[in-house]
Write a protein that binds this ligand. Sequence first.
Ligand SMILES: [Zn+2]
Ligand SMILES: [Zn+2]
Length: 460
Amino acid sequence: MNTASCVGIAPIIEPAVGATAGLDRLGDEIAELSAHLDAATARLLDLIREFDARGGWNTGFCSCAAWLTWRVGLDRGAARERVRVARALGTLPRLAQALARGELSYSKVRALTRVATPETEERLLAVGRAGTAEHVERIVRGWRRVDRLAEAQETARRHKSRALHVYPDEDGMVVIRGRLAPEVGAVLIQALSAAREALYQKAHAQDVPAETSGADASAEPPTMAQQQADALALIAETALHHGIDPGAPGERYQVVVHVDAPVLADADAPGQSVLDDGAYVSAETSQRLACDASRVVMRHDPDGRILEVGARTRTIPPALRRALHHRDRGCRFPGCGLRFGQGHHIRHWAHGGPTTLSNLALLCRRHHRAVHEEGYTIERHAGGELKFHRPDGRLLPEVPSPATVPNDPVHALYTRHETQELQIHPRTAIPGWLGERLNVGYAIDVMHPLAMRRLPQTMS
Ligand SMILES: [Zn+2]
Ligand SMILES: [Zn+2]
């Protein structure tokens, strides 16, 4: 290739032969180092996959990607993509190996892992080896179109099959049988486990046998299936009690806690801490709910009779909340920054902490729980900065300590690959493409398992 013709402005003098050779060497060096970086990326993804699987990020971060953003400085999109590719490569050994040998670029592997399955991996690896990054991108786009079509049909079929049958059995019991869409099922399962927990913990908290077990109160504890049945009853009663209207999102999850004043001030103090429907919650949870809530103070006498009901007030008045959002912008937990949050009293109002900007910090739901119920602590220093500590007392730094990098990282990388006997040279990642025109539709028709079985005219 004539290097001069590639440049927008043609140089007046042809570069000397020595200069051309120098540029060739430069190009080779770029290609070789790129292949080395891809090989190193494979190692990085292996480490991320293990760290993710072993939950190493679960020290107050909501995901492995959030941890990567904080520790490594990747932007959120790139961090999520690394984790996704790392997980995908766990089941795609051929693609993983091609990356580890520097034969396939990270760009190509990233694109291929969007569609590859163990079943199609080999064919897609061939695409990666033969084509340029642009070819790979186009094939993957077409491949996904076929996948989406199949998925849409599958979703429609599943949605149509939703059903719930409720009918009396011969002995008068009522039988329930049904199929729910996955997201509806998830809500039901969550509601059942919440109700089960409420019934179970209530029975324990009051230290009396659960009344739902009726006549066999003295017998062994109810089985899981029996508990589920009791939980469903509680859910039905709750729905009828509150009306079927789920309400505005803000009200939907509103929780009223009846709590004795000593409990709010000290989690270990004796006293009751119950939700409006009578479900028992831990003192830590009631402190969290009370941190930022509508507050109705009900004073109880020693027998539990209500003596006095105060007016309903917001713990954090709207103007102060606006100021808090303006100051904090998002969750203050290191590495989080989620936009929406709850106002947390650094010193709880029940302990005499004031509801002022300097005693408040915005925390997302996840991290508000971490602070109240999981042992994380916040301190506010004179300058206004917040210090977060892990449950074991170690500081959770806002900025992580920098990684140690050798003086000559490229040389270190080359040496390391040499000791691993990796053969990487300037042509390691070169595609097999010879310049033919790519027919994406045809390529997918012959390779995609669904396109092969079904109508090829879905692809243009
Ligand atoms: Zn709080
Ligand atoms: Zn957060």
